[in-house]
Design a binder for this molecule. Sequence first.
Ligand code: BES
Ligand code: MN
Ligand code: ZN
Length: 493
Amino acid sequence: MDLRVTDTSYLEWSGDALAVGLFEDQIELSGDLAVLDEQLAGTVKELIAETEFKGKEGNSVATRVGSGTKIRKIVLVGLGKVDDFKLERLRRAGAASARSAKKEKCKTLGITLPILGGDAAASAQAIAEGVELALYQDTRFKSEPDDKGPRVEQVDLLGLAGQDAAITRARQICSGVILARELVAAPANIVTPITLAETASAIAQEYGLELEILEREDCEKLGMGAYLGVAQASDLPPKFIHLTYKPEGTPRRKLAIIGKGLTFDSGGLNIKVSGSGIEMMKTDMGGAGATLGAAKAIAQLKPDVEVHFISAATENMISGHAMHPGDILTASNGKTIEINNTDAEGRLTLADALVFAEKLGVEAIVDLATLTGACVIALGDDIAGLWSPSDDLANQLLTASETSGEKLWRMPMEEKYFEGMKSVVADMKNTGPRPGGAITAALFLKQFIKNTAWAHLDVAGPVWADKENSYNSVGATGFGVRILVNWVLGTGL
Ligand code: BES
Ligand code: MN
Ligand code: ZN
């Protein structure tokens, strides 16, 4: 799909579908829109009346226009109330325009939307992201695509001439989101720890990043007993991935991003029972997917920040050499862990990854993990939990999330709850009682950080969408990539 910016006014533009954004409180026709309505012999007015279109956010209506006009279809896209107009609404309007054009079997689409707060660059980028993300379709595992209709081949953003750099940025970021979606959507027989390492290697080669893959023996030397305990029942080798982006010159900041990379989580001997969603546990590398997606985007965006992308990738399986419930493991910082539940494996892999990241001398560490079902119970499918002892880092991430439209909610680090993790025989257990399960998981991770600013994002809910919403189809969302990119770039509204 070709995405362009142009100064052509929407009265002049010719093509298959023209999408026009309208605010909820401003749907009466005036100015250019009244002229367009006249050009189209009253079709816009009729469409509004017939569909009772109110301009509500996310709504869109379309109809064919009479022959002899420059366009074939007109699409009206609701922008919601003009009051708290946000970048995310432009992104969604871009997505709604693209979806509508596709549904209406249009090959060319012109989009005309308002510019937010005079910031044409940010507006163009948001609209372009919405278009790109909404039009992406994953047909890798279908012998024939379900939808054989014509594809949207060309999208013109009207009135945004000169914003080519913003479009390029959007495409670079979306290439990272799409990589994350593809990694998460692929099943565990396709994406293994080896595949994740190969993906990191492909990014390193294409964009000139440094790559270090620690094999099992290397991890043994570093004493990564927690991570290796999880990996020990799999027939596949664990791969500890460390990909580094270094800017030219002195970096302004040094950061680390860690993603939970369980390419399948059977639960181990505390095996996931039927009804537990075991068949969805291919998505348990959603954190690693977002980490590699962010690496791909950041490698192209080239900020003046050094970023370490890390994942302790493995499977959580069962076999004769699986961890026994009750085993005691020693992590690479010397702390001992009694495994009272082999299904709380993500935190064990993250423990050694956090210790590794802190030794790199970075200024801040953010981990993303599909860590607990408890977080999904607390915040639902659309919102990720954010834990951090640092208000400063938490606020940086909340700003990045506000700009990206990927929702985060800050959760408490209630130290008292760590009492539930006390072990009689070891320094700690790996699970506490059921109540507050997402909080105790975060408190567990905190044991592996000494004094670097750190934040944990539990993304178990939003990595996958059961229903189509705005720019996500059903399936993997690529959640987190855009938060990470904004955080590293320091982009906020
Ligand atoms: N990968 C799961 C968490 C998960 C659950 C992700 C549902 C996505 C959807 C994690 O490894 C896990 O099994 N967590 C357990 C922890 C429990 C044993 C303390 C859970 O949430 O049940
Ligand atoms: Mn588990
Ligand atoms: Zn897991």
